[in-house]
Design a protein. Structure first.
Length: 400
């Protein structure tokens, strides 16, 4: 395929962001990574095979039924000769084909036939990205072990602003190098413990106290840790998310059961507490369903404080993880409250975010976080939760 020691098969989808694929090829070649490309039929509406071939130095493929190409290199061999497959831009149509296992053109056939890692860089209109069908496909692909970079917030060719803009070529190239390099698994042999989602504290057999946490950020962190080679235990409250690939999932319902599961999972090298654990529980859970009273009065509930999981683990004298990370979901004075929480809990790092109304953090796919430690505050721009997870795990791996 190429004389270079590392090579990728680049699949260029048919979107306006296809022009960025040319710059991506240029960057990869400068970094010593060979590129062979497949272009979908619609990709040719945005970039030409000649320009792609000129930059890559290799023949560009596009026709599934070309007898000449099948003699020179069958589509099965084409999909397996590279070290990594990269789809950029990954359109909504391509993602849907991948999630459904369709193979009706050369690009989708190569993706279905490969035995190599696959990295996708989605690019589409914000409404297409947020559509339930696309999000369902993304969950399927993540569960299948597909790697993602982006999309990011930004202005699009259609004039709208939001998530859906393809990651920049430099960022995609960085993700390619991370997957190609043995150093991409810096957490091999390490154990990472992650908590995610809400807890539910029962009031009676049919009612409970909970919160709006979706678990998306914690699940993304668990997935990112697994991609870096870690053995991952994910202690999860009740969420509607599929288990990340390569992760041990331990369900927990209440704060007490989550603490029990966390202590059973120790020791760990890194413990990351993203779960939105209830601070209080009902002191006496009713054995029967509470009924409405005929006089219109309401029942009075007495509360008891739950154990503080983050502080319990951070204060362990024996078996304390080398890095203990907490999350602070705040609605005002985000950094100030996070700094106070850091001192109060005794952890090494607090990841603070603003969950006030309008930020669409609970249940959303993007987040703006601030890393608060004894050394100061590092603020990140608004990123997808997957990008937050990848950057956080890279930071923790480096610190470890």
């Amino acid at each position: 395929m190429t004389g270079m020691t590392r090579s990728i098969l680049l699949i260029i989808g048919g979107g306006i962001a296809a022009y960025k694929s040319l710059e991506l090829i240029r960057i990869l070649k400068k970094r010593g990574i060979g590129v062979t490309a497949i272009m979908t039929k619609s990709a040719g509406e945005f970039v030409t095979p000649l320009s792609v071939a000129s930059l890559s130095g290799n023949k560009v493929y596009g026709d599934l039924f070309s007898l000449t190409d099948e003699v020179e290199m069958g589509h099965i061999e084409l999909s397996r000769a590279a070290d990594l497959l990269v789809v950029a831009p990954a359109t909504a149509d391509l993602l849907a084909k991948m999630a459904s296992g369709l193979a009706n053109d050369l690009a989708s056939t190569a993706l279905l036939a490969t035995d190599k890692p696959v990295l996708v860089a989605p690019a589409m209109n914000v409404r297409m990205w947020q559509h339930p069908a696309t999000q369902r496909n993304i969950r399927t692909l993540r569960n299948d072990g597909i790697h993602f970079t982006g999309p990011v917030d930004g202005e699009m060719a259609c004039g709208e602003f939001g998530p859906g803009r393809m990651a920049e070529p430099d960022d995609i190239a960085n993700a390619v190098e991370a997957l190609l390099s043995p150093a991409a698994r810096p957490l091999a042999g390490r154990h990472v413990l992650v908590t995610a989602g809400p807890t539910r504290e029962p009031i009676d057999p049919v009612r409970f106290i909970s919160n709006h946490s979706s678990g998306k950020q914690g699940y993304a962190i668990a997935s990112a840790a697994a991609r870096l080679g870690a053995r991952v235990t994910l202690v999860s409250g009740p969420v509607s998310l599929p288990p990340p690939a390569g992760v041990q999932l331990v369900p927990a319902m209440t704060a007490h059961s989550m603490l029990t599961a966390v202590e059973a999972a120790l020791p760990a090298d890194i413990a990351i507490f993203t779960a939105a654990v209830a601070d209080w529980r009902v002191a006496e859970v009713a054995g029967e369903k509470l009924k409405k009273r005929e006089d219109g009065s309401t029942p009075s509930l007495a509360f008891a404080e739950n154990a503080d999981i983050l502080r319990t683990v951070a204060s362990r004298r024996q078996g304390r993880p080398a890095l203990v990370v907490g999350f602070a979901a705040e609605t005002e004075k985000v950094i100030e409250h996070a700094q106070a929480k850091l001192a109060r809990k005794g952890c090494d790092l607090i990841v603070a975010n603003d969950v006030s109304a309008g930020n669409n953090v609970f249940g959303g796919d993007a987040n703006t976080v601030h890393l608060v430690s004894a050394k100061g505050v590092e603020s990140w721009p608004r990123l997808s939760k997957d990008e937050v997870a990848a950057r956080l795990m890279a930071t923790l791996a480096e610190r470890l």
